[in-house]
Design a protein around this ligand. Structure first.
Ligand code: SF4
Length: 353
């Protein structure tokens, strides 16, 4: 091992091998073996630090086939398959030419790691696919954002199936970049409610109708997930991103934060630490939380928890179905090619590092 404070960019800071991975925020210089060790130690530390799950708990991993969830599944099986039961949930939102490829990669990984999985489809669950939904949402901006629809529906299914499969925790692949983007977005949007709910665990956590969602990659930068996947040959789908991702405002935040991180390494960790320091002052009022919990009951349609008669997902679907009826005779459904013709905006692919 080299002496602290005497880092040589050309050699690993833990041994005498050539540097393969440089992390400018440290700075850290690692060979592949020691980068893997550093990465995995941080992952395990995050689980301990935020007390994300305990031995014997049943873990359900939301697996998309992308780098984050594939690396998450790989690490969870590597370190916790003896202490916990692990299963994967794959959601098919119905995006032709994209989703099925990612799902095949997800299934392959599950087979390789010996993990049982379940595939649930928007089409079967809601009678809608993203391909059908998106042109309708895009043609009527008053309906809201496309990703908001997709995300709400996905969360509904994740919670529903986590309960059906009797999972204690639902694990998602959210990484440091995602969390920092969400934090800045909530500040820019003055969305104090959402900001308060942000954490390595999320959702209303003390209500039996919600399965606790946890993020073991909460402190892991996106770039390092890509590097780790490459070094450890974890196959994931990365050829293209969701064709609707250009509609997400998040891309603008990703690009802005990447620019800062590249110019001033460590910016994203600083934002996360700032948020962690802020948390004690954001503590929610127990009374108002209890009030929400007491007003929760089953949605009249899908039985998921809600404060109203119908949950947000069912309300959204009703609105979409109405919109579909309205537009049915007016015009033909716009297909994906048509949407992309006038699309010159940022996508998750163009803004990722
Ligand atoms: Fe859904 Fe938007 Fe993600 Fe596509 S980019 S999968 S539409 S949330």
């Amino acid at each position: 091992m080299q002496k602290q404070g005497k880092k040589n960019p050309k050699t690993c800071e833990q041994c005498t091998k050539k540097t393969s991975v440089t992390l400018p925020y440290g700075p850290h210089y690692f060979c592949e073996k020691h980068f893997t060790k550093f990465f995995e130690n941080r992952f395990k530390k995050t689980i301990r630090k935020y007390n994300l799950f305990k031995p014997k708990e049943k873990l359900l991993i939301a697996l998309s086939g992308g780098k984050d969830s594939c690396v998450l599944l790989y690490l969870i099986t590597k370190y916790y398959s003896k202490s916990n039961s692990i299963q994967a949930l794959i959601i098919d939102e119905g995006v032709k030419g994209y989703r099925e490829k990612a799902i095949n990669v997800a299934k392959e990984l599950c087979s390789k790691l010996n993990v049982n999985y379940l595939v649930v489809k928007f089409k079967k669950e809601f009678g809608l696919t993203n391909d059908k939904l998106m042109p309708l949402v895009l043609s009527n901006p008053t309906l809201g954002g496309t990703c908001a629809f997709c995300g709400t529906m996905r969360r509904n299914l994740m919670n529903k199936y986590a309960k059906k499969l009797r999972a204690d925790k639902l694990l998602t692949g959210h990484n440091l970049d995602d969390e920092v983007q969400s934090f800045v977005m909530n500040v820019f949007n003055n969305d104090f409610k959402r900001l308060k709910r942000m954490n390595a665990t999320s959702g209303i956590i003390d209500y039996e109708g919600f399965v606790k969602r946890i993020k073991p990659l909460y402190e892991t930068p996106e770039k390092e997930i890509i590097t780790y996947a490459a070094i450890n040959e974890i196959k994931h789908y990365s050829q293209e991103c969701c064709p609707y991702s250009w509609t997400a405002k998040r891309n603008e935040y990703r690009e802005m934060l990447n620019t800062f991180e590249n110019r001033f390494p460590g910016t994203e960790y600083s934002i996360l630490r700032f948020f962690e320091n802020l948390k004690p002052y954001l503590k929610s009022n127990k009374n108002s939380e209890n009030k929400i919990i007491h007003s929760l009951h089953e949605c009249k349609n899908c039985k998921e928890p809600t404060e109203k008669d119908y949950c947000k997902t069912c309300e959204m679907i009703q609105r979409i179905k109405k919109e579909e009826m309205k537009t049915k005779n007016k015009k033909e459904e716009k297909d994906l090619t048509h949407l992309n013709k006038y699309n010159k905006k940022l996508t998750c692919q163009t803004t990722k590092n």
